[in-house]
Design a protein around this ligand. Structure first.
Ligand code: ZN
Length: 119
């Protein structure tokens, strides 16, 4: 189910353009409009959920599985050195697009100077 006020739902519906990396019947991966490293992707379900906890377990497992596959595929293509899989849940965690969960795939390279430091 799509939400008419959601930017990701508009992308799914084809009302807003996005550069796609991957698409199947259930999921979509696009290039982040404000990439923090080269190749920064966002992977999400074609169903709108406001919060992570609303996503059914099976769908969550598929999303995680696809995200890992896409991350591994992309870092080989980019010859990157590593990656982050990152989920922001809630405004306190800097989550602005309320189509959750969406997973950021952030390719990393030695010397890229990006600081993501949860330890
Ligand atoms: Zn949505």
């Amino acid at each position: 189910m799509l939400n008419p006020n959601c930017i990701f739902c508009k992308i799914i519906a084809g009302e807003v353009e996005a550069k796609k990396y991957y698409e199947d019947d259930e999921f979509l991966a696009i290039y982040d409009i404000n990439p923090i490293t080269e190749g920064h992707l966002v992977v999400f379900s074609k169903n709108h959920y406001f919060n992570v906890e609303e996503m059914p377990q099976k769908e969550w497992e598929k999303l995680m599985s696809i995200s890992r596959e896409l991350a591994e595929k992309e870092i080989k293509e980019l010859k990157a050195d590593g990656y982050h899989l990152l989920i922001n849940q809630g405004k306190a965690a800097q989550s602005e697009v309320e189509h959750r969960p969406h997973i950021h795939i952030i390719p990393r390279r030695f010397g890229d100077n990006l600081k993501i430091d949860p330890r």
